[in-house]
Structure formats: structure tokens, C-alpha cells
Design a protein around this ligand. Structure first.
Ligand SMILES: [Zn+2]
Ligand SMILES: [Zn+2]
Length: 470
């Protein structure tokens, strides 16, 4: 965030649009100040755009001022997995494991790497203990954190609490510390603390972790993140980020690649078929069924598939066998098609040898299934786009952040900026709402809200006159 003669200019990276991560946005004063400019980044869903998701919580029923009438100029960036630049900061994104499409962010600048990974749950249930081997998608996650100077990571639960919270989308402290050691992270700031754990309990937990790390002669530093905390990150030896040039750009119109794609479903259990078909339909993707492997092979050969979801429930149905047959396909030698295995329990070793990409462990929630389907469908679309773009062209493409209003939103943006004044009758509503959500009214709070409303409801001409008078 930087100030200047032309007003405040800043960037906001949002991991996902669950309420605990976006509820502060309507009360973030710099968004209401004309002349300020903000870029907001977040994961691209299959249906709603980031702007639509953020605007949803500011609809008339919930908030007096719609998002489009905030005073500042706001640009929205819908991201997929990939890379982009914010000035001289290189940003990489990676999907996390959460019952909503969620992105982790890796920021690299001046020889320093900082990773933010919230909210995230271990992919493998055994990894949550902190002792399990890091394999499969947990290994991909560890690669994303690799060598970070500071890792800010979800650590809501303890390993002991975790079994009662499976599928809720959060990590155990033990998993995070194990990951940090494995990925050679320098410092971890544990965050997304459980609301039921008080400060003293968190302090005791961190002291225990630090004592164990000292016992094991580990150099890993672990702290609990505190509101308002400032952490200075010291550069460590130069990190190789040359691979980024070949990576996919995180902000790309991937709809053409998503269209006409489908999901191959190899499930015997009728209840599972119903639940997964509904989840796939809700994500706007077609489902293809098959009754024998010959049919599956034909579908794989002629259809453009996003992913396959198979069930492993022996002796009734052998998903591993189906997966091996898919991997033997002529056009799938390099595991191009992601395969999600639905099972009562995972078997990482057998899965890896059969070519399983990811697991969906029964019982699962509709939200978990939808998010997995969405993430893999988007990954497949990115992969397909990467395939059709010549490599030299991909390398030569300019950084993403320089793109201003995306084509599709141009008309909306122009209209918004010409009407970026909130009418005065909304100021009373805004005042009432601020008091409503903050019953702890103090003189400082009143003054702050008063100033915010005064600025938000000033017309640009009044602002200019006032600036001239000063
Ligand atoms: Zn969440
Ligand atoms: Zn959260």
C-alpha cells in the first residue's frame, strides 16, 4: 500500500470469499475515498466472479452502500493457479484444500519469500498428526511453501482436536510445523486461531512447539500471529524463481477452455452417483458415465475431459484397476487426466502406483466435493490453454498486473467511476449500520465513522473545491 499526491494506491489479495475473510471489506475506509485506487485479487470460481461475490455481501439487505458505489477506483482480478507481478513483487498462487475455492499466495521480492496459506486442511488425514509422511497433494503444497522466509499458515486445531473437525477445511498445528520443517521454511506465523482458544492457551501451545524444535536442534522459528504484528523478514540466499517464466499466468480468461469439458464418473454406489452428479452439475460441467472400461477408453479418446472421479470399494468396485486402465491409454502417458479416487480411506502408496491424483474420502460434504471438482476443472482448463499457447509466446507475454479494466467489465467500470458518489440519504443508513455492528461506540470510533461518511458522501466537485481552498 502506498500513498501519494494522487491518493492511496494498494493491492488486496483475498484467499477466498468466506465471510471471516471478507467481512472487513465494507468497513475498510480507504475504499470509500475518491481518488484512491485499489486492485483486489481472489480466486476465480466457475460461476460467480470475484466482484460479484464481494458485491453479494453488500446487497441492500445486508449493507446500505453497494460495492459499485465505493468512492475509490477498484479493479478486480479473478485468478487461477499461476503467477503474476505486482510492481516488483512476484506473486504465485496455488489452490488450498478447503470447502470453498481458496488460493494461497507466495510473494517474492528482494530475495525474500513470504507465503500466506489460509484456509487449508491437510489432504491426507494421516498427515494431520504431524508424523505422517508428506506425499501426494500435501507434497505439492509443501513445494509451494518451499524455502519461505515467512510462512503465514492456517493452524486452527491441534492434532488431538482434528479428528472431530475433518472436512472443516483447517490445519492442525502439528501438520504445519512438520510441513515447515520438511519444506525448509525459516519462520512460521501460526494463524486462524480457533476462536475458542484463548491467548494463554495459544502461548502455551507455541512454547511447547518451540521447546520440541530446540530439542530436535531445528532452526525453524514458530510464533503465533497477533493482530497488528509487524514481522521483519531478512533476505536469505538468492532463490531460483526462473521457473516462473514458464508457468501459467494467474489472470487469464479461461472460459473458452472450460466450455464443452466434462467429468468422467466411474461410481457404482447410486447415492454417490446422485451426490457427485449434482455437485458436477452445480459447477456447470457435464457428466459422462461408463459401464465398462472400453466405454471409458472411448470417452477419454474422443471427449475433452476435465477429470475422472472413480470409486474404490473392493470387492464391489476396483477404482485402482480403473485408474491403471486410464493411465495405460495412449493419450494419457503423462497423467494428463486428473483422477480423483473416492474411498472410505486413502492408500497413498497404492494410489501413487496406480496414478491417482487426489482423494475424496467418504463421508464428504457437498462443499468439499464441489471445491475439488472446481479446482481440478480449472487446472485442466489452464493446462489445456498452456498447451495451445506456443512456449516462446508464453515467455514473452508481459506481466499481468499492467492490464487495467478487463474487456468484459469495461462498461461497468466506466459507469462506476463516473458515479462514484454515494447519495446523502445513504449516509444515515451507513451511520446506523456502523453503530449496529459496533455497539462499543467511543468518541474515537464516532469521529472515525463520521469522517468516513463525510468523505464517502462528498461529491468530487466538493472535494476539488476543498482541496483548492486548502
Ligand atoms: Zn474459509
Ligand atoms: Zn477462514
Amino acid at each position: 500500500m502506498s500513498g501519494g499526491a494522487k491518493g492511496l494506491r494498494g493491492h488486496i489479495l483475498i484467499s477466498h470469499t468466506h465471510w471471516d475473510h471478507i467481512q472487513g471489506i465494507p468497513f475498510f475506509a480507504p475504499l470509500f475515498v475518491p481518488g484512491n485506487e485499489w486492485d483486489i485479487y481472489g480466486p476465480k470460481g466457475l460461476g460467480q466472479s470475484l466482484r460479484e461475490a464481494l458485491a453479494g455481501q453488500m446487497q441492500y439487505t445486508y449493507f446500505p452502500v453497494p460495492l459499485d458505489q465505493c468512492g475509490a477506483k477498484i479493479r478486480y482480478h479473478d485468478l487461477v493457479e499461476g503467477t503474476f507481478d505486482i510492481d516488483d513483487i512476484k506473486v504465485s498462487t496455488h489452490y488450498l484444500n478447503h470447502p470453498a475455492l481458496t488460493l494461497g499466495y507466495r510473494l517474492e521480492a528482494d530475495g525474500v519469500a513470504v507465503v500466506y496459506a489460509c484456509d487449508h486442511e491437510p489432504y491426507s488425514r494421516s498427515a494431520a498428526t504431524g508424523d505422517g509422511e508428506i506425499t501426494g497433494q500435501d507434497l505439492r503444497h509443501a513445494e509451494f511453501l518451499s524455502g519461505a522466509d515467512l510462512l503465514i499458515h492456517d493452524a486452527q486445531y491441534t492434532a488431538e482436536e482434528y479428528p472431530a473437525k475433518v472436512g472443516w477445511g483447517h490445519s492442525s498445528v502439528e501438520y504445519v510445523v512438520n510441513l515447515g520443517r520438511f519444506a525448509q521454511v525459516k519462520k512460521i506465523a501460526l494463524t486462524h486461531h480457533d476462536p475458542l482458544r484463548d491467548d494463554d492457551a495459544i502461548d502455551r501451545m507455541v512454547a511447547n512447539i518451540q521447546a520440541k524444535l530446540r530439542e530436535n536442534k531445528s532452526f525453524l522459528d514458530v510464533v503465533a500471529a497477533v493482530e497488528g504484528q509487524v514481522v521483519e523478514v531478512v533476505p536469505s540466499p538468492a532463490k531460483d524463481s526462473a521457473h516462473r517464466a514458464r508457468e501459467f499466468q494467474a489472470e487469464m480468461p479461461i472460459e473458452p477452455a472450460l466450455a464443452e469439458r466434462s467429468v468422467l464418473l466411474g461410481i457404482a454406489d447410486t447415492k454417490l452417483v446422485a451426490a457427485l452428479s449434482e455437485a458436477i452439475r452445480a459447477e456447470g460441467v457435464d457428466t459422462k458415465f461408463f459401464s465398462n472400461m472400453d466405454e471409458a477408453r472411448t470417452l477419454i479418446a474422443k471427449d475433452r475431459l476435465s477429470l475422472a472421479i472413480l470409486e474404490h470399494d473392493p470387492p464391489r468396485t476396483d477404482g485402482m484397476e480403473m485408474c491403471r486402465a486410464i493411465r495405460e491409454q495412449e493419450n494419457d502417458r503423462e497423467h494428463q487426466l486428473p483422477v480423483i479416487m473416492v474411498a472410505a480411506q486413502e492408500n497413498q502408496a497404492a494410489g501413487a502406483s496406480a496414478g491417482v491424483t487426489d482423494w475424496l474420502i467418504k463421508p464428504f460434504t457437498d462443499a468439499c466435493a464441489r471445491t475439488k471438482i472446481r479446482a481440478w476443472a480449472l487446472r485442466a482448463a489452464c493446462k489445456w490453454m498452456r498447451g495451445v499457447i506456443p512456449e516462446d509466446e508464453e515467455l514473452a507475454r508481459p506481466p499481468v498486473h499492467v492490464r487495467r479494466a478487463p474487456m468484459a467489465q469495461k462498461g461497468i467500470e466506466n459507469r462506476r467511476f463516473s458515479e462514484n458518489v454515494i447519495s446523502t440519504d445513504k449516509s444515515a443508513l451507513l451511520w446506523m449500520y456502523c453503530r449496529e455492528i459496533a455497539p462499543f461506540e467511543t468518541p474515537a470510533f464516532s469521529k472515525k465513522v463520521g469522517n468516513l461518511i463525510a468523505r464517502a458522501t462528498k461529491r468530487p466537485s466538493e472535494m476539488r473545491n476543498r482541496a483548492a481552498a486548502n
